[in-house]
Design a protein around this ligand. Structure first.
Ligand SMILES: NC(=O)c1ccc[n+]([C@@H]2O[C@H](COP(=O)([O-])OP(=O)(O)OC[C@H]3O[C@@H](n4cnc5c(N)ncnc54)[C@H](O)[C@@H]3O)[C@@H](O)[C@H]2O)c1
Length: 273
């Protein structure tokens, strides 16, 4: 069964990890996918791989925290495919530190990428989404279902030591999700969030492997100490982290008609924690 036949989805942070797995499962279900990422080359490579597998995909490079990003990505989707059915706000990273040592830049960076960027992208799409829904309602009595899926974290729903900035951003996006669900129910747009626990990506890899990202004045080490990974696996009832593909399954549910009467929800995907 193809759940997204004929649909067009924008996915941010789609070059790797959970976002890329979402792009792959969406394409496998018939969606045309606009993959966006701050890292141009892996985003382009991910789009090419989808096309080679018979899908339709487009890579658009860009930093989600840039003021004009939302307008640009929505424009790219509409120019390429003439419609937009689903937005997945997934791009992000972590910049950990205890609160008493956290700089303003460190705090603000997490709010920018995890909260303001999703808000701006949703706002940029709002004219198209609302006007299209109004027209469809007039013509057919009911608008087609459209979807926003915001990626949150159990750090946002439960808190996590060392992540005050990230947790605040990921909690904020839950408030955004619940509010938009109330504002946009009348347009048949479902707005939901997925709060992941521990998913195996470069954000949760052993820090000792040394992957870093560069943002503004900072050079940030990604990952968590190897010992903390082992502790996490002991606490997770499933005994392991989830795969990006398992993470993408929950996003697919919220992007698909299976969730047409589900809105304003936060689904924790944690392996039972
Ligand atoms: N991995 C986990 O355990 C976990 C748990 C909870 C939530 N999350 C969230 O899931 C989302 C995806 O993370 P992931 O684990 O797949 O990590 P990842 O690093 O594998 O992928 C994230 C992608 O986002 C991109 N990105 C980062 N900042 C960006 C920016 N400013 N503009 C555009 N693209 C940007 C990165 O280049 C990368 O390709 C993030 O929002 C993350 O906070 C992950």
């Amino acid at each position: 069964m193809q759940l997204l036949e004929g649909k067009v989805a924008v996915i941010t942070g789609a070059a790797r990890g959970i976002g890329r797995a979402c792009a792959e499962v969406f394409a496998a279900h018939g969606a045309r996918v606009v993959l966006s990422d701050i890292d141009e080359e892996p985003a382009r490579e991910a789009a090419e791989a989808l096309k080679a597998a018979g899908g339709e995909a487009l890579a658009v490079a860009g930093d989600v925290t840039a003021a004009e990003f939302g307008t640009r990505i929505v424009g790219a989707a509409l120019d390429a495919y003439g419609r937009l059915d689903c937005i997945v706000n997934n791009a992000g990273y972590t910049w950990d530190g205890t609160a008493h040592k956290m700089s303003d830049e460190q705090w603000q960076a997490m709010l920018d990428v995890h909260l303001t960027a999703p808000f701006r992208l949703i706002r940029a799409a709002s004219a198209y989404l609302r006007e299209t829904a109004k027209r469809e309602k007039e013509e057919r009595g009911r608008a087609q279902a459209r979807k926003v899926v915001n990626v949150s974290s159990t750090s946002g729903t439960r808190g996590n030591a060392g992540q005050a900035n990230y947790a605040a951003g990921k909690a904020g996006v839950v408030g955004l999700t619940k509010t938009l669900a109330k504002e946009w129910g009348q347009f048949n747009i479902q707005v939901n969030a997925v709060a992941f626990g521990f998913i195996e990506t470069r954000l949760t890899q052993a820090k000792e492997s040394g992957e870093r990202v560069h943002r503004e004045s900072a050079d940030i080490a990604l990952g968590i100490p190897r010992a903390n990974r082992e502790i996490a696996f002991k606490l997770i009832p499933a005994g392991r982290g989830g795969t990006p593909e398992e993470a993408a399954g929950a996003v697919l549910f919220f992007a698909s008609p299976l969730s047409d009467y589900v809105s304003g929800q936060v689904l924790e995907v944690t392996g039972g924690l």
